[in-house]
Design a protein around this ligand. Structure first.
Ligand SMILES: [Cu+2]
Length: 157
């Protein structure tokens, strides 16, 4: 009986989507400590403020910055996945699936800056962008946003 097994590390499960289209907007998000709590662009989460709006069927680039010293932040997005374009100014390594693969969490390490690429496709609705460290998201490292058919131009929501 032939051995048809393959080494999963050497398989190409799918082609990666194009990341060359120009973004409609580039937004920057600073994840930082603020008065003993955790903030995004200097603000704490509230349940009744939609901080920004994405236009469906467009491309956006987001820059994540960790300005919080000794903490890391696993930044999690809902509804749509992204691909990493830059990590501290360099391209993701082609040999590292964890860097070049499609993701919905980016582990933002100490003093790291990363640029990620989104193509918002099917979904409309309200959702959070947040740090997935439970203590951080509870105190209040989260921003509510909306995907709709209009969008906005807030570069530092
Ligand atoms: Cu965090």
């Amino acid at each position: 009986m032939p051995d048809n097994s393959l080494n999963p590390a050497l398989m190409n499960f799918y082609g990666f989507p194009n990341t060359n289209d120009a973004p409609r907007i580039t937004r920057t998000f600073r994840f930082e400590r603020n008065n003993g709590q955790w903030a995004v662009n200097g603000k704490f989460a509230t349940c009744d403020e939609i901080r920004f709006a994405i236009k469906r069927n467009t491309v956006e680039k987001w820059v994540f910055q960790n300005n919080s010293g000794g903490w890391q932040h696993p930044i999690h997005m809902h509804f749509e996945e992204f691909q990493t374009l830059l990590i501290n100014g360099r391209a993701p390594r082609s040999t590292e699936l964890v860097e070049r693969g499609r993701k919905d969490v980016f582990r933002l390490e100490h003093n790291m800056q990363t640029t990620v690429y989104f193509r918002f496709r099917d979904f409309v609705g309200k959702l959070p962008l947040h740090c997935h460290n439970v203590v951080h998201e509870d105190h209040a490292m989260m921003a509510l946003l909306e995907i709709n058919d209009v969008g906005d131009n807030k570069t530092n929501p």
